[in-house]
Structures are given as C-alpha cells and as structure tokens.
Design a protein around this ligand. Structure first.
Ligand code: PLP
Length: 398
C-alpha cells in the first residue's frame, strides 16, 4: 500500500525545488519562490485526476475531516453517524467539532451497514460518514439514497482509499465532501498531509479559509487579507506537498501493481472453500491495497493468524483486538478521557460506549483477516507468498 515503498529521484527533485527557493510555506513570498507553488500544483493535479471541482490540501487526513465537518456547519447538538470499524481520527474529528459521534454496525463490506444507518437517524443527525476502510468502498448508492431521503450530508472518509472509484466516479466525489490522508503509510504519501475535495464552490471557499485562520486569500498581500470566518492552521507545507506532487504522478503505477499482486493472492485463496471475501460494491474501483477475507468462525481466524506467523508471512491483521481501528478497545473514548471539560451537548448526547454492544460488527471483524498488498514484491515473491498462505490456512483446516 504505501507510496513510500517506491520513493526516489522524482520526490527528491520536487523537494529540492522548494529547498532551492527557501520558501517552505504554501502562501505568500511570491517574489522569492522561483515560480514554485507545490501545494497549489498538487491541488490542481488532484482535481484533474479525481474529476472534481475543488481540492484543498491540509496538514493531515485528520485536519481534512475537521475541516469537512466545519464547512458542513456541524457543531454542538449535531449527530454524525460513523462506523465501528475505522481509524480513531473519524471519532476525534466529530468530537473536535463539538458534535456527537453515533457509532453503528458495519456489514460484510467492512464499512457502514446502510440498514444500521437508517435505524440510527434522529432529528439531530446531520451527517453520515462512511469510511472506505482498507482501500475499498462502502455501499455508496444505498447510503446516498438514505442521505437524500433524510436531507443529510454524506461525508466520505476516503483517507484509506485514495484513487478508488465507485461506478466510475472517484471515491470522495460521491458525497458532498470527501477526505484523504497522505500520511506516511497511505497509497501515496506527502510524509504528512491530507486533502478535502468537493464540487460545491461555497464549501471549497470555506475550506480554503478555515485551513488558514480564516484568511480570504484575496490579493497578494497576506498582511492585509481579511478574515470572513474563524479558522485554524491546518496548512500543508510546501515540502510535504512537493513529495505528494511526485507521488500523485505514480498513482496509476501503484494501483496497477497492487491489483496484479492482489489478484495472485486472491486467486490462490479462492481455491479454499472455507475462505470467503469481503464484499466490494464495485470491484473495478477497488484500490487493492488490502486483501480482506473471512473465515467461518473467529476461532479459525485466530488460528490462521498464528499459522501465518509460523509460516513466516507478515503484514496482516485481525482487527478484533486492535486499539486504533475497532471500537472494542477504544477505552479512552469509552471513558471520555478528555484533557478538558466536554460540552453538555456531547456528554448528554453520546451513547454509553461502555454498555453498547455491536454483535454484528464483532462477528465480521473477529472472522476477518486483512492482508496488506505491497508494491515492492516481485511476481515470484507474490506467488511464493500465495502458496505459503494457502499452506498455512490448510494446516489449520486439516
Ligand atoms: C480511515 C482514516 N481516517 C482518517 C485518518 C487520519 O489521517 P491522518 O493520519 O493523515 O491524520 C486515517 C489515518 O490512518 C484513516 O485511516
């Protein structure tokens, strides 16, 4: 998955442009920058590649989510529906907005279950936030229909699914707003960075302002710019954007390597009747960053995890006991361990996470094994790996 695996002269050249000019900031210093505007250039490349009207870079995927919620006007008293399986940042961004995260079950897509979403809608619901986990998408047609019916915003957390598509459209462009992460372990990396995309001009203007202390970015004298709204510093640096600019040009190469490697592994595992695969609503749009499969029971999955270790296979997860990605171990959220007092809106609105049970999510996550697809494997290595995986699984099933 990570773009950092194929890293080299192109990234160095883009970074050196920035170092040579000495302008590490994305705004201002027009005369000194030798014409280099790496962040702006990367935004235009994202717009072109994703066929979307507006891209706003941010310092991370987390700040992209913070910005997305802000521009959608989400705040105190609002509820945002999110899945039990995601990265902690989805939950954090909702709390950061002063809003209330409402956790609901996932289904065999490993993303939001549309039926669970519909059942969780209240008068306070403002946003549905599907998270396209492990490189593949949620059931977006069903979720969009629900959002349209109930007049809700659809915010796609596509942080793990840059370059994925759904029915021919880029992930992140189906909802009102989409967010990406370009942190060190994502499909393409800036080192640290993220982006918000939208086709809505007003949302884009607010995102541009919000991520830079509310600056209106009108004219070329930063010192006299006005602040139509409040904002924060969620800016990406030119150095990070420069790395991303070299990486984005490798997108097609990365995705095609991942698809080739994943197919070899999936074909091999398909020969085992006990193995079933994660449902991908649009297979063509999969980024192939992971191969995710289910065993019939949690017990078998755990045994296979052990067998993979024994057979020398690396880079796979059963997320049931994972601290970052699955609700079961989010103890700091369950106990609301905030460094500062949380608002009454949050305290009164939040589900009692210590009491809540998610048997359906538990079932899918406990039976799931997700294997990372690397870019740097040779074809021979992937074939050997596939054979080892088959042998390991069969050793457990025999
Ligand atoms: C689903 C999801 N959302 C948000 C983020 C946050 O991105 P970042 O690490 O760039 O802040 C991540 C990062 O792993 C993620 O996986």
């Amino acid at each position: 998955m990570p773009g950092f695996e194929l890293f080299g002269d192109a990234e160095r050249k883009e970074v050196n442009d920035v170092l040579d000019s000495g302008v590490l900031m994305r705004y201002g210093f027009d005369g000194m920058r030798n014409g280099h505007w790496k962040a702006k250039e990367l935004e235009r490349e994202l717009e072109k590649r994703l066929n979307v009207n507006h891209a706003q870079l941010t310092s991370s995927g987390t700040t992209a989510l913070n910005t997305a919620l802000a521009v959608l006007g989400v705040g105190a008293g609002d509820e945002v529906i999110m899945p039990t399986f995601t990265f902690v940042a989805s939950f954090e961004s909702i709390l950061n907005a002063g809003a209330t995260p409402i956790l609901v079950d996932i289904d065999d897509t490993l993303t939001l279950d549309p039926k669970a979403v519909e059942a969780a809608i209240t008068k306070k619901t403002k946003v549905v936030m599907p998270v396209h986990m492990c490189g593949s998408m949620a059931d977006l047609n069903a979720l969009k229909e629900i959002c349209d019916k109930h007049n809700l915003y659809l915010l796609e957390d596509a942080c793990q699914a840059y370059a994925g598509t759904y029915m021919g459209k880029a992930l992140g462009t189906i909802g009102h707003v989409g967010c990406f992460s370009f942190d060190f372990v994502k499909t393409i990396t800036c080192g640290e960075g993220g982006a918000l995309i939208t086709n809505d001009k007003n949302l884009a203007i607010h995102a541009d302002q919000y991520t830079d202390h509310g600056h209106d970015h009108i004219g070329n004298n930063r010192g006299v710019e006005l602040h139509p709204v409040m904002g924060y510093n969620y800016r990406i640096s030119e150095l990070n954007a420069a790395v991303g600019l070299a990486q984005i040009r490798k997108t097609d190469e990365f995705i095609s390597i991942q698809k080739k490697n994943k197919k070899i592994l999936k074909d091999a595992l398909s020969t085992i009747p006990e193995v079933s695969f994660r449902r991908i609503p649009d297979e063509d749009g999969d980024t192939a960053t992971f191969l995710s499969f289910f065993m019939p029971t949690a017990e078998l999955s755990l045994k296979i995890v052990d067998a993979f270790k024994e057979f020398g296979i690396d880079a796979y997860w059963n997320y049931f006991d994972n601290n970052w990605h699955y609700v079961r171990k989010w103890n700091h959220f369950k106990d609301l361990k905030s460094l500062y007092p949380l608002s009454d809106h949050i305290k009164n609105g939040i589900q009692n996470l210590n009491e809540l049970e998610f048997p359906k999510s538990d079932d899918y996550i406990s039976r799931n094994i997700s294997c990372l697809i690397k870019l740097s494997w040779t074809e021979e290595e992937v074939k050997q790996r596939a054979q080892k995986m088959v042998n390991a699984i069969k050793s457990v099933l025999k």
